[in-house]
Design a protein around this ligand. Structure first.
Ligand code: ZN
Length: 123
């Protein structure tokens, strides 16, 4: 077995939706559904439970971009409400794109932190 990747390596592999251990296998079987295990190295993805963290991080990022955009647009000259409402689809698209990437990153960070091994000692 190869050595454990650094936290940054595991995070970056996860952001690319690749296995945090080998970086070759795909981590997801669907949009947000993790694969059972890595097809390349066999790492089980089930213990890498991200729970609600990806949603929190995604809302945090998108909220900062969209709220800043709304306020900046308002400062430019009080545009009509329909112009400001264009930020809604921007937010929806950003969340749709970022959520699966951030979920992969969180799962990679969990793998790197060895949290899953502390919760599931060697069987
Ligand atoms: Zn792998």
């Amino acid at each position: 077995m190869s050595s454990r990747p650094t936290w940054t390596e595991a995070l970056m592999r996860g952001l690319k939706r690749s296995c945090p251990r080998c970086g070759k296998g795909k981590m997801f079987a669907g949009y947000l559904t993790p694969a059972e295990s890595c097809a390349s190295c066999g790492l089980a993805f089930e213990p890498l439970r991200a729970d609600d963290a990806p949603a929190y991080f995604t809302v945090f990022l998108v909220g900062h971009v969209v709220i800043a955009g709304v306020l900046f647009t308002e400062q430019l000259g009080h545009p009509p409400m329909w112009v400001q409402s264009l930020w809604v689809p921007v937010a929806v698209v950003m969340m749709g794109v970022l959520l699966p990437l951030i979920k992969g990153g969180v799962m990679g960070a969990i793998y790197s932190s060895q949290a899953s091994e502390h919760r599931h000692p060697a069987e």
